[in-house]
Design a protein around this ligand. Structure first.
Ligand SMILES: C[S@@+](CC[C@H](N)C(=O)[O-])C[C@H]1O[C@@H](n2cnc3c(N)ncnc32)[C@H](O)[C@@H]1O
Length: 413
């Protein structure tokens, strides 16, 4: 007949005596969780590993440097028996039984009255995995199940919405440059919990296909000089959906605060009294050059990098960029939204002292399957953009770092 399954339970150990026998590797692995649970830990062992000793030195546990003697478990609520002496383990186990103290045995799971589950944590939840009975014990399998559940919860592939503690209001989520793997763990989890997603053209569009059918996806595409949804309309949509009590994710490309109008949206939500969480993202300004094999800094080459918007030409009165000052810098210049104006920008940089031979790289659709890199110099970039038909979105890198490293894209996997 099959053995009845173990009964799972969560012990609330705060201030309660837990006796640990043996100060070796097992104790080292188990003690942090007992300390975190607030247990009053007594370690009985002639020796201990340096890490366990450090816990005693820090006052996190009490350590009596001696071997186990009968009576040590008298006041315990719970015991961990892990000495290297099988006779001492058996004697302690028998004492635990007499005193009705639940005890874990590192050397003999069958003789134990309790088992330690494989545990992990994610956002206020402890995942604890036990095998059903002693015969089926397979610690690697339980650890693998634990890892699968915790990973799934963290990256949003396992969808378990919070019903009582759901993030209220709107989350402004930086989605990274485009590769769906480059969103943060928090961003992915919030996306998995959303009722409504208002998404930009840039960013990890592939993730939208994974959303369950009930999720409303609204396209907030702001195509330069083409059809666009006014910022006010986006703000209003965020407010309206949040007011209906829905969990709204505003999914943005890169980082919400790098040319992303994140603060404008946050302010509009604040004025409407709607709570807003901002989740940082990996900005294209660094990651897209990196994906094309270009480091924005490199020892002995560039000790600074400056990120600017090229959406208006240098001679446009709306421009807030000090192009003459940028021309004097030695470091790397990273230009976003600059494909259309790169000719005028290159001319201005050269006119204010940059060498016409300064290397330039344009990286289009970085981190996506369509990524391509086109190289030029400040002297040739205007004609190269036309000849090579470079289109937005592209990150333009100006500076000697372009010539550093291999021309082949670094493997991101
Ligand atoms: C409105 S800005 C948004 C920037 C974004 N918040 C960030 O931190 O990456 C859009 C510009 O970012 C750059 N960009 C964003 N994603 C890109 C990608 N995957 N490949 C190339 N350029 C990209 C382009 O210069 C594009 O015109």
């Amino acid at each position: 007949m099959a053995e009845p399954p173990a009964y799972p339970v969560g012990l609330r150990l705060t201030g309660r005596r837990v006796v640990v026998l043996g100060g070796g590797q097992v104790a080292q692995r188990r003690l942090p969780a007992l300390i975190a649970a607030g247990a009053d830990v007594l370690l009985v062992s002639p020796e201990a590993t340096p890490s366990v000793e450090a816990m005693a030195d820090a006052g996190e546990i009490t350590w009596e440097r001696r071997a186990y003697t009968s009576g040590d478990l008298a006041d315990a609520w719970y015991a961990l028996i892990a000495t290297s002496d099988p006779d001492a383990n058996a004697a302690a186990s028998a004492e635990a039984e007499r005193h009705r103290v639940w005890c874990v045995r590192s050397d003999d799971a069958d003789a134990a009255t309790a088992w330690t589950p494989a545990t992990g944590h994610s956002e206020g939840v402890t995942v604890a995995v036990l095998t059903t009975d002693a015969r089926g014990r397979d610690p690697r399998h339980t650890a693998a199940v634990r890892d699968a559940v915790v990973e799934g919860l963290r990256d949003g592939t396992l969808v378990a919405p919070h019903h009582r503690t759901r993030t209220p209001g709107v989350a402004l989520v930086g989605g990274g440059p485009g590769d769906p793997d480059l969103i943060t763990v928090r961003g992915r989890r919030l996306l998995a919990e959303a009722d409504v997603v208002i998404a930009d053209r840039l960013g990890p569009r592939d993730l939208l296909a994974e959303l369950p059918p009930h999720v409303e996806v609204i396209d907030a595409a702001k195509i330069p000089y083409g059809r666009y949804m006014a910022q006010e309309a986006i703000n209003n949509a965020l407010i309206e959906h949040a007011r209906q009590g829905r969990s709204v994710v505003r999914l943005k490309g890169g980082d919400p605060y790098v040319f992303g109008r994140g603060m404008e949206e946050l302010q509009a939500l604040a004025e409407a009294g709607i709570p807003c969480t901002v989740v940082p993202g990996i900005s294209s300004s660094i990651s897209v050059p990196g994906a094309a094999g270009i480091p924005v800094t490199h020892r002995g080459v560039a000790h600074e990098f400056t990120v600017v918007s090229g959406h208006v030409a240098p001679d446009d009165e709306r421009s807030l960029v000090d192009w003459p000052a940028l021309a004097r810098l030695n470091g790397t210049l990273v230009i976003l939204m600059g494909v259309d104006k790169i000719g005028r920008i290159a001319e201005t940089l050269v006119a204010h002292g940059k060498s016409p031979d300064t290397p330039v790289a344009l990286v289009q659709e970085g981190t996506t399957a369509a990524q391509r890199r086109v190289d030029a110099t400040l002297a040739t970039v205007a004609e190269t953009v036309v000849a090579e038909d470079v289109k937005p979105p592209a990150v333009i890198v100006v500076g000697e770092v372009v010539a550093v490293g291999a021309r082949t894209p670094a493997s991101g996997a």
